[in-house]
Write a protein that binds this ligand. Structure first.
Ligand code: AMP
Ligand code: DBH
Length: 554
């Protein structure tokens, strides 16, 4: 436990905005003092009969969603979960994700968002880092027994007292039992919008993943403005295809933006194109968010022409670099508007605007949400580069954090002294304010939107007795954009496959296991003795382009 954390100040590890900024963001109407669950309750009261959430055969209107959120909050409170407690939430894209989320908000407990792909290494770190007292998970997903994993984690981490399992499972509490006999009892809803609402995940570039404390005030601002920019309203039917805990489908405008606008969220448990097209047709979906890898899969899917996708008005693509040519093909191939989204769980989100010319939509990653998003593009010495030139993107604003959770040493590097977040992205800016992402300076692999911190995997590799040195770099991949390749110097013979298997036994998410392992005699070094990753990356040839379904059959 961190000495700074006291029960009455659960978010003492949170770096607040300085007072003059707080005043400014309130005066300008960005921060309204409304909580995320407060907004959901407002919408539910205003339009109880409108559809709110679809999950397979289950359809809930706002009254039903609101009732379940309140009942689940009462149920969680009965388990002793209280204001300020941290609760690990690992669920697939099912309705319970949002019920759990808003129920925890009502209590004032902080969800710690985990991806379904996360395994013991990541979850163990989240639990230890946050002192989580409970976890909410699913019994099985994609053939994996999540409940059993959480039970093992509970044995290893005594702080983790309670386990709630959707679908029941062993000695965990059944999620559905949370709703039971709470009658009309309601928890005394937590009202402090300045408080941290949850801990979001960062892709990270360090040895251990860092957590991102987001407040109700700052997050609701980004959600509200995102919904406005993207034209979400009560007729919006948003398909949540990407993992629901990811910041993009949660808030840009995502599910929260849809709820904010009074629209309907459709949860998709499987992201395959054929299944997505069927759901779009059946549910008359109007908007969805993809990563570039999914956009390629949509283009390549032969099933596209078999479905009526005419309801789809907006396709958002973000999370990783979108090739201009793929953007153009998306514009040509679908009758929906394309929008590029360049965002980060730390805050800043950029959108191409709905009325931007198609060329700008295909070639830029959009401009910031807010006039109060401060953008600096600087050289290695933090000096502003001339307008239009490429540099490191720094940002500060009404929904960008001032510090990671419990990471003082890292915060000194990740933020400037005056509070700008060093995004690690290299960008240039057009006269219109639109940004073009040209690359990155952070030591990270962006595997189709899933971020892999090189240092995290290198340190796992180095725990193997046969490994002397290791460097993880991105190699080009025609579907995912990038995959991870580990260059490894060995002390004794070891097959690459054994090393991959070893990483799996360390309990890492599958997407982080390097697809390729190259055994080398030495790693190249720069003049100052650092591993020369640029030289390692240069060993890969660029990938061949992918044909779309129509081209392939032509
Ligand atoms: P995270 O900090 O884990 O939320 O990941 C955010 C990072 O994803 C950004 O800093 C970028 O490096 C990358 N990213 C997100 N959207 C885009 C995009 N549209 N184009 C290129 N990179 C992106
Ligand atoms: O990659 C991201 O983290 C991201 C992409 C688009 C994001 O957090 C967002 C939009 O909000």
């Amino acid at each position: 436990m961190n000495a700074m954390t006291t029960p009455d100040r659960p978010d003492a590890d949170f770096t607040p905005w300085p007072d003059n900024f707080v005043r400014r963001y309130r005066e300008r109407g960005h921060w309204t003092g409304t909580t995320l669950h407060g907004r959901l309750a407002e919408v539910a009261a205003a339009q109880p009969d409108r559809p709110a959430l679809v999950c397979g055969e289950r359809r809930w209107n706002y009254a039903e969603l609101d009732r379940r959120v309140r009942a689940a909050a009462a149920g969680l409170a009965r388990l002793g979960i209280a204001r300020g407690d941290r609760v690990v939430l690992q669920l697939p894209n099912i309705a319970e994700f949002h019920v759990a989320c808003f129920a925890l908000f009502r209590i004032g407990a902080l969800p710690v968002f985990a991806l379904p792909a996360h395994r013991e290494a990541e979850l163990g770190h989240f639990i230890a880092d946050t002192g989580a007292c409970a976890a909410i998970t699913v019994d099985r997903e994609a053939g994996f027994d999540h409940a059993a994993m959480m039970r093992r984690l509970r044995e290893a981490h005594p702080c983790l007292r309670e386990l709630v399992v959707v679908g029941g499972g062993g000695d965990g509490h059944d999620f559905d039992a949370l709703y039971a006999d709470s009658g009309d009892r309601d928890v005394d809803a937590h009202h402090d919008a300045t408080a941290v609402a949850f801990l979001q995940l960062s892709g990270g570039s360090t040895g251990t993943p860092k957590l991102i404390p987001r407040t109700h005030d700052d997050y609701l601002y980004s959600v509200r403005e995102s919904a406005r920019i993207c034209g979400f309203d009560t007729d919006t039917r948003y398909l949540c295809l990407l993992p629901a805990a990811h910041n993009f489908p949660m808030s840009s405008p995502g599910a929260f933006g849809t709820f904010h606008a009074g629209g309907c969220v459709v949860m998709a448990r499987h992201p395959e194109p054929a299944a997505s097209f069927a759901v779009i047709e059946r549910e008359r979906v109007t908007a969805t968010a993809l990563v570039p890898a999914l956009a390629l899969a949509w283009l390549a899917s032969a099933t596209r022409g078999r479905h009526d996708l005419s309801s789809l008005r907006l396709i958002q693509i973000g999370g990783a670099h979108l090739a201009r040519d793929v953007a153009r093909r998306m514009i040509e191939s679908f009758d929906a508007r394309l929008q590029q989204v360049f965002g980060m769980a730390e805050g800043l989100v950029n959108y191409t605007r709905l009325d931007d010319p198609p060329d700008l939509i295909a070639s830029s990653q959009g401009r910031p949400i807010s006039d109060d998003d401060e953008i600096r593009i600087v050289d290695d010495g933090d000096r502003d580069v001339p307008e239009g030139e490429v540099g490191h993107l720094l940002t500060r604003g009404p929904y960008t954090i001032r510090g990671y959770y419990r990471a003082d040493a890292h915060n000194r590097r990740a933020f400037t002294a005056d509070g700008f977040y060093r995004t690690g992205d290299r960008v240039r800016r057009l006269a219109s304010g639109h940004l073009i992402v040209e690359g990155r300076s952070k030591d990270q692999i962006n595997r189709g939107g899933d971020k892999i911190a090189a240092e995290e995997i290198e340190s796992h590799l180095l725990t193997h007795p046969a490994v002397f040195d290791a460097a993880l770099v991105a190699m080009p991949d025609r579907w995912l954009g990038e995959k991870a390749c580990a260059f490894v110097v060995l002390r004794e013979a070891l097959a690459p496959r054994e090393l991959q298997q070893y990483l799996r036994t360390r309990g890492l998410a599958a997407f982080k296991i390097p697809e390729r392992i190259e055994i080398v005699d030495t790693l190249p070094r720069t003049a100052v003795g650092k591993v020369d990753k640029r030289a390692l990356r240069a060993r890969f040839a660029p990938p061949a382009p992918i044909q779309s379904a129509t081209e392939a059959t032509a």
